[in-house]
Design a binder for this molecule. Structure first.
Ligand code: FAD
Ligand code: NAP
Ligand code: SF4
Length: 676
């Protein structure tokens, strides 16, 4: 391995025999939604080109089906016809301007296809899809193998350096390889040798079609994390067979989509699953790629230096910062905009059939639409409020050449992110603040902390523009007894660290209500203790049971009695993130938090909170009632500034507080900075 001084393992080339990868970074497959948009491939080309320019060694595209039945959705993307080739060429040409290789991921969704023509090994419905698949006939299986080979040939014609065959995450090949879905009694079902036949025959057929000098990555499900998943011996048998069939690299797959173990959310410890790739390393001789929750060059380097894998796959970190590799190589990892694992703008969008982007980088997947060109009309701009909206605006506007002065009444930048970062499992929010602090320094943005601004002060300073990013005020409630000292706002809990009793009722079960309940019920964060975290979520590294699920129950003694309340009669937490809400609910349930819906608040007394549910009054005896009941915009300065004829803009919570989150605050800030 060639030594480089900084990140010697991560930045070392990888010789695959017929081709060499520039370094050990693989940008993992991400469906962006652009694949199905009109003119989407031009935008995709710009998206991938930016990552290639940023130094990534190997890119794997979002999953594309080799045939119509395998499409993820009715209008899902397919690579099966000669006329598909040209639009892919736009991508490969753009990427090949740089020393980056690119593979297309071939993904047959099987029973995860969201349409009525889905197929699988057997007629077994997935719990996360309303459509029941039909069982594939032997003829259908054989023609699917041919479709993979044909698609690979088209991929080569389109200029791709290879393909990744998606064999994990519970998609078709994984459905065949596990008894969970494969109930067949013919040569495609039964023992592992039969269940893995589809995978092996696909790899063989692809290799035969594309020749030796073409990368074939096989994504192997090393941890199924579902009942009916494979044993370790089965996984090894399959890995060896796929290697013998002609794979160039084996990538690690962790957990089916329906698994009830978090695999990539922010509360998952960094590099929590690389041990399974290490376990496989002694069994195989081709290079292995490891993955999941690796989001900094330091962690990636450590994983490789520890011998857990030969390459590191990171997907979302390349949405957050396209220049991840180049910044690492220049010893500027403190300038990287780190993926915080929130899923809010990427996976949650994809699951709602929206275009993916990134909470911390709203230009991701909008490379041709949201740009920050140098201005030839540099203005002096005051930004009031150094929360996510004010910070993002300041950085983008300063990058364009405006002279920005930032004010905040607090003693540190960050706004509400300073409260979010304290919630167990949300420590990644520190990284966003580290990033903004560094950008402020690099862009010479003047920051005035402990500096509450009035409209008169701002007007007197003669700025060309004032941007109000003053955030929100917690909503006041008109409940009888609300002024009782047992009532606290979430700010008194998270900001002022006031002492809170053992029995608590929380009014409001939105994102903040859940976070406050987590803050008060989790004894300690497990994000730096992989083994404790795996135990907590029932993952057994020794594979005593198939699928690596442990049957041991972790007993919890809740140290607080907490009731989390909402007026709506829908499921508590229904409005949380599509891909992460269940994790928050499961965490609170484990800590014994009672979630009550359909509540009317009657009064607060010295004994606690009087509520009515289903027409019956009940007293919840508590030491404290905590208000997490949403927010109102904090924009007191706005009218006065307008009246004083100051050009003033509102962004973030100061503009609209309802359904505000950092994703919206940062995007709105970026859009204003791009146009001001
Ligand atoms: P704020 O973050 O509220 O910032 C406003 C800033 O303005 C503050 O720093 C304030 O001090 C300053 N200010 C106000 N008035 C003045 C003045 N007159 N002079 C000077 N300074 C002033 N969002 C997500 O997307 N994902 C999450 O996981 C998430 N978790 C959260 C967890 C918690 C516990 C909390 C409280 C919030 C969370 N949020 C989350 C919400 C997110 O933090 C907010 O949507 C976001 O911070 C709003 O950004 P903003 O810049 O508009 O306002
Ligand atoms: P929110 O999500 O809008 O929730 C407010 C809660 O208060 C709701 O449960 C609502 O439910 C209740 N409520 C509203 N008006 C009320 C009233 N007058 N009296 C009593 N209850 C009332 O807001 P939030 O929790 O303050 O969060 C703010 C934003 O930060 C959210 O938009 C959220 O997206 C974001 N955030 C996100 C995360 C995350 O993990 N993604 C975490 C934290 C915060 P009922 O009306 O049914 O009672
Ligand atoms: Fe990472 Fe969140 Fe951006 Fe997705 S939206 S890439 S999880 S920071």
């Amino acid at each position: 391995m060639q030594e480089t001084s900084i990140y010697p393992h991560l930045l070392a080339p990888l010789d695959l025999g017929f081709t060499t990868l520039a370094n050990r970074t693989l940008m993992g497959s991400m469906h962006t939604g652009l694949e199905e948009e009109k003119h989407g491939f031009e935008k995709l080309a710009a998206f991938y080109e930016a990552r290639a320019k940023g130094g990534v060694g190997l890119i794997v595209t979002g999953g594309i089906s080799p045939n119509a039945r395998g499409r993820l959705a009715p209008f899902g993307c397919e690579l099966s016809k000669f006329w598909h080739v040209n639009k892919h060429k736009a991508i490969t040409d753009a990427v090949h301007k740089y020393d980056t290789k690119i593979c297309v991921q071939l993904l047959h969704a099987g029973r995860y296809s969201y349409h009525p023509f889905s197929v699988s090994a057997s007629k077994v419905k997935s719990p996360i899809n309303p459509f029941t698949p039909s069982a594939m006939s032997v003829r259908q299986i054989k023609s699917t193998i041919k479709d993979f080979a044909h698609s690979s040939k088209l991929a080569a014609k389109a200029g791709y350096d290879g393909v990744e065959i998606m064999g994990s995450e519970g998609y078709l090949i994984n459905q065949f390889s596990c008894v969970k879905v494969n109930k067949r009694s013919d040569e495609w079902g039964g023992p592992i040798e039969n269940r893995m036949r589809l995978a092996v025959d696909i790899v063989k057929a692809v290799r035969k079609k594309v020749g030796e000098k073409f990368i074939i990555i096989f994504r192997l499900s090393m941890l199924d994390l579902v009942e009916g998943g494979n044993s370790w011996q089965d996984v090894v048998t399959m890995g060896k067979a796929v290697e013998a069939a002609g794979a160039t690299l084996i990538n690690t797959g962790i957990g089916w989509h329906e698994a009830r173990v978090p695999t990539i959310a922010t509360s998952v410890p960094r590099a929590a699953f690389t041990w399974v790739t290490e376990k496989m390393k002694s069994e195989l001789s081709i290079p292995l790629v490891t993955t999941n929750r690796i989001n900094t060059p330091e962690i990636a380097e450590q994983v490789l230096a520890n011998g857990h894998a030969d390459m590191v796959s990171m997907a979302r970190p390349f949405l957050a910062d396209e220049n991840f590799v180049n910044k690492a190589a220049a010893d500027k990892s403190d300038e990287i905009n780190t993926c915080i694992g929130c899923n809010q703008a990427c996976l949650d969008h994809v699951f709602k059939q929206q275009r993916a982007s990134c909470l911390v980088n709203p230009a991701a997947c909008y490379e041709t639409e949201l740009t920050f060109e140098k201005t030839n009309n540099s203005k002096s701009i005051a930004v009031v409020g150094a929360g996510p909206a004010g910070l993002a605006f300041s950085v983008y506007a300063a990058q364009r050449g405006h002279k920005v002065e930032l004010f905040d009444r607090m003693s540190e930048i960050g706004g509400q992110f300073n409260f979010a970062k304290q919630v167990p499992g949300k420590e990644e929010f520190f990284e966003t603040l580290r990033y903004f602090n560094k950008q402020i320094e690099l862009l010479n943005i003047t920051v005035n902390l402990n500096s509450e601004q009035s409209a008169a002060q701002l007007a007197a300073q003669g700025f060309d523009e004032v941007v109000l990013a003053t955030g929100i005020k917690p909503r006041d409630l008109a409940i009888k007894g609300i002024n009782n000292p047992i009532v606290k706002s979430y700010l008194q809990v998270l900001r002022d660290k006031e002492e809170i009793g053992k029995k608590v009722a929380i009014i409001g079960a939105g994102g903040i209500g859940f976070d406050v309940a987590t803050f008060l019920s989790e004894e300690k964060s497990l994000t730096t203790d992989v083994d404790a975290w795996l135990k907590e979520w029932g993952v057994d590294k020794t594979f005593k049971n198939n699928g690596a699920l442990s049957k041991e129950h972790v007993d919890h003694q809740p140290f607080r009695e907490i009731s989390l309340l909402q007026r709506k009669t829908t499921k508590v937490g229904a409005g949380l993130g599509k891909t992460t809400g269940w994790i928050h609910r499961a965490t609170l349930a484990k800590n014994g938090v009672k979630m009550i819906k359909g509540v009317s608040y009657k009064a607060v007394t010295d004994e606690g909170l009087l509520i009515e549910v289903d027409g019956k009054e009940q007293m919840i005896n508590v030491d404290n009632v905590i208000i997490c009941a949403g927010q109102e915009p904090n924009r007191d300065l706005y009218q006065e500034l307008i009246d004083a004829d100051v050009s003033t803009h509102l962004i973030g919570g100061a503009d609209v507080a309802s359904e505000l989150d950092a994703k919206r605050a940062i995007r709105q800030a970026a859009e204003l900075a791009a146009s001001i």
